[in-house]
Design a protein around this ligand. Sequence first.
Ligand code: HDE
Length: 703
Amino acid sequence: MAKSARPSARQSASGLDQNSVRGNGGELHQVAADETPVLTTALGTPVSDDQNTLRIGERGPSLIEDSHFREKIFHFDHERIPERVVHARGYGAHGYFETYQSLAKYTRADIFQRAGEKTPAFVRFSTVAGNKGSFDLARDVRGFAVKLYTKEGNWDLVGNNIPVFFIQDAIKFPDLIHAAKQEPDRAFPQAQTAHDNFWDFISLMPESMHMVMWIMSDRAIPRSFRFMQGFGVHTFRLVNAKDESTFVKFIWKPKLGMQSVVWNEAVKINGADPDFHRRDLWEAIQAGNFPEWELTVQLFDQAFADSFDFDILDATKIIPEEVLEPIPVGRLVLDRMPDNFFAETEQVAFMTQNVPPGIDFSNDPLLQGRNFSYLDTQLKRLGSPNFTHLPINAPKCPFAHFQQDGHMAMRNPAGRANYEPNSWGLGPREDPQRGFRSFADAEEGQKVRLRAESFADHYSQARQFFNSQTPPEQRHIAMALTFELSKVQAPAIRERMVSHLLNIDETLATTVADKLGIRDMPEPAEAAVPPRDDLPPSPALSIIQNGPDSFEGRKVGVMLSDGADVALFEELRSAIEAEGAVMEVVAPKVGGVEAADGTHIEARHMIDGGPSVLFDAVVLLLSEAGAELLVKEAAAKDFVSDAFAHCKFIGFTPGAEPLLIKAGVAPDADEGLTRLDSAASVSAFVQSCRKLRLWAREAAVKL
Ligand code: HDE
């Protein structure tokens, strides 16, 4: 009788991960390579056949008695949990936080007591609006959620890559998110705000105008998680051992400087590699290029808060760095990918209310609402109040309490006492000294539903943000607004948005109106408080002015053809690597090319699979014969014309000129094009790449 189709035990190409089994505590054990572990059911019964269900005869009906099959399918059917209602698409990594110096003067938080102290950390980056399977380069805010496993409990700093938010009061959050996500009757568009519902809501919420400037800026299309800032957004408090409070705002600054892509590029990256950001983080960490951020704090007291132009409880406002300098207090290094995406990145539960003693909240009504919301969402998503038992969520410090039972309880209190006080002398007791104490702020007032007058200025900082951008960045904002509003079908919504822009910057408003074809300019929106024009530009708000000073961590795409000059190729490789950047070869065939001297060079991508949008700079290292073949390939032509249009630096061998010309790029068009014919020219090219983009070209290419 045929015991059909039993594949050989080891068919994996790499053989990786074949040699581990899980122990009782979930820990992985390595087994010898020749010792294939026996497949078992979840309860440990060895399985004899995992290819065929139990049935009567070869062609007969299946039997319910097949408990192995039943268990396997049952478990598979329950693999999904609800995705996060916002921030569904995310990617996480492990690392550590290292404290620079003691902040005991300001806080008794254990994490800030000792210089050099290392605290384990887990970070999850995310987009907000897209569903779990959406693409990485949506125009969107990025979540920047950090879990710090301190010695006095977990601290979750659940922030974003943008320091302000759309709304001032948490009660508007469901409306905001409903409006941003896909429209309910048609279930599209997803992962984009370019639709009527979003702009309808926004145009009716003047308080969101500052945030609108940020999400229409290049901040919303980062090149990499590694090159973006993170912000705690709200004002928090630090509280010291004497119970004195200092207000604090948290800012993460990437060591490699900030960088974003351009919109036309983002659209193409989403098609070429929807996982662009996660792949980037994965590859950097696997290669040992550990991304790093510095944690800085803006510290201030009540007197500063009282004298500042805006309300420090209003999450639609920033305190410009030029007004209050951020002080570096430590660094975050990400050095390890999770063993398993679901177990860690998907099941990690961040909650703003997780703060250790020494860190406390302000009365920001958005923060207060968040502190209420996150516990609910974890119960819904993870399905049990015992989600803190999951290794990714459990504290790494000692803990002791009397919570017990519930779904999936993995740790119940041992012994007789499961309550306190008890006279058995068993179990933990509270500690008024070491325990978390809320800052004893004096609060008094009527019970009201009111927004403070000090929250009423919705345009001044939007204007300040716009004025702080370089001309290319201002152009990008205008183009983004035009794109988004061009997808809005109701003219009244487009015009309502333009009426708000008039309160921010008249040129911006007229540019957008003109590009949308609005003939009659609307009146400026009625402003609760007249917008100010005396706020000085803040250079810290510009990405271009805060880019890297090296090309470290970036990627060059080198297009090779048969007959390429191997010496030049090696020269290029060492110059790129010396810069701390990475090189990837793109060739007509993924199998690689044969260089002029017969050397075989492996490729990472075929040209169609490795468009120039995946790289920060490109090189065309082609022989004359190679270029002759490539001028006929649309993908090769697009590789060049896109790199040029996206203002990238392009190096090329003289043999590659016909391809440049075919792509409409004059070989001497501007200083962003470098002819590579010597070691000196290669080094000059790699150095020019440090500027990342030749923005001066943008006016000529008019994307
Ligand atoms: Fe969140 N937010 N949020 N949010 N948020 C969630 O919690 C919520 C807000 C942020 O990688 C949810 O676990 C309310 C601001 C990040 O797992 C949910 C309000 C900021 C993440 C929730 C806000 C954030 C979330 C959904 C208005 C920037 C992802 C799933 C008051 C400072 C964390 C979850 C991760 C996730 C509620 C506003 C950041 C529903 C009610 C402002 C980075 O609880």
